[in-house]
Design a protein around this ligand. Structure first.
Ligand SMILES: [Zn+2]
Length: 363
């Protein structure tokens, strides 16, 4: 059976329905004067915030041209006369101004583009990465199988939690570039309210870099178990369940054998940031030889992280988060909010929900 693809959790702008805004348009029948009118419009009547609109809509007997937002003028008729004088055209060369409804927002998905185009022609530049994530073409079968293994490892960690009467949440941190699992953990909030699966995972990664504060026994897994797990992942064996128990709260790499994160990763990680901000971030990366916490890494977790955990993921610079089930009451990556796409935060990451496995798992 094919592995289901995980669905991206996108900012609300990607999911909104088409909202319409009232504008004044005028009909032009004489096609010879369209280009001069458009030229005049561009300089004298820009439409800030409506740049996504095409100014002209073709009609059977001419074109319709957007003049201005209806909220921008109090008396459209005198305004219209002024425009005609300014453009040096006869009033009767243009049709009387009429109200039209046009899409208010820029289109971010093909669906929005198709819906918006029913109302008025719009510009649309497809974000190929987002489009492929929505259509399920972002990950190929090999990647999906590997990702499924990582999620099953997190599920296995959660199942071990349950046997220890803990909140059944399991998580793994993965370096997708080297195909390695870096840390495995589960919920420990019965020991300490801050020791959630995410917080322990981030702490384990910090320990591999000489930091970390939690005392959870011996954090480093032995080399034999690590290579067994690597075999499991690469050959897609089904014995990850047993291994997860042995590897719980373990780091699977030490600071010495970690591969340095490439700067390309830092660049890929900031798709919504300005070039200046991205450059500063990369310069910062270059200064330290070691990657900062989870830079370039992915988290697989059985349950949607809370606000505290999601914020820890922002601070630790995670690259992507895959979670299995939603937490409608406390989840911060799609349910109660979408922390990973908040404009005010200095790091954003991709989030995916569901898919990946058919294994029985009760949240
Ligand atoms: Zn949490």
């Amino acid at each position: 059976m094919a592995v289901q693809f995980p669905r991206p959790v996108l900012a609300d702008e990607y999911e909104r329905c088409i909202a319409l805004e009232e504008v004044f348009v005028t009909k032009v029948e004489d096609k010879a004067c369209i280009s001069s009118i458009l030229k005049a419009l561009k300089s004298s009547l820009p439409l800030p915030g409506l740049e996504h609109l095409k100014r002209v809509k073709s009609l059977d007997d001419g074109v319709s041209i957007v003049l201005c937002r209806s909220s921008d003028v109090t008396d459209i008729n005198s305004f219209f006369r002024e425009i005609c004088e300014m453009w040096n055209i006869r009033v009767d060369g243009l049709g009387q101004p009429l109200v039209a409804m046009v899409p208010r927002h820029q289109c971010l998905t093909r669906q929005q583009f198709e819906d918006a185009s029913k109302h008025w022609p719009v510009n649309y530049h497809e974000n190929k990465h987002v489009a492929r994530a929505i259509s399920g073409e972002l990950f190929d079968d090999v990647e999906l199988k590997e990702m499924k293994q990582y999620m099953e490892l997190a599920i296995a960690a959660a199942n071990h939690c349950m046997t220890m009467k803990k909140d059944p949440v399991g998580a793994v941190v993965v370096d997708a570039h080297t195909h390695s699992v870096l840390a495995i953990s589960c919920d420990h909030t019965c020991n300490h309210p801050l020791q959630t699966a995410v917080m322990v995972c981030v702490d384990l990664i910090a320990q591999s870099q000489g930091g970390g504060v939690y005392q959870l026994g011996v954090p480093f897994a032995n080399a034999h178990l690590c290579s067994q797990l690597k075999d499991c992942i690469s050959n897609q064996f089904s014995s990850t369940d047993q291994l997860a128990g042995c590897l719980l709260d373990r780091l699977l790499v030490t600071g010495e054998n970690r591969e340095p994160t490439t700067h390309k990763t830092a660049e890929n990680q900031m798709p919504y940031c300005s070039n200046r901000k991205r450059k500063l971030h990369m310069q910062h990366d270059e200064k330290s030889s070691q990657p900062y916490l989870c830079t370039g890494y992915d988290l697989y977790i059985t349950r949607e992280p809370s606000i505290m955990c999601a914020m820890a993921l922002v601070h630790s610079r995670i690259r992507r988060v895959f979670y299995r089930v939603v937490d409608p009451n406390r989840g911060a990556l799609g349910s109660t909010c979408k922390l990973h796409v908040q404009h005010g935060l200095n790091h954003h990451f991709e989030v995916y929900v569901g898919g990946l496995c058919e294994a029985d798992y009760i949240s």
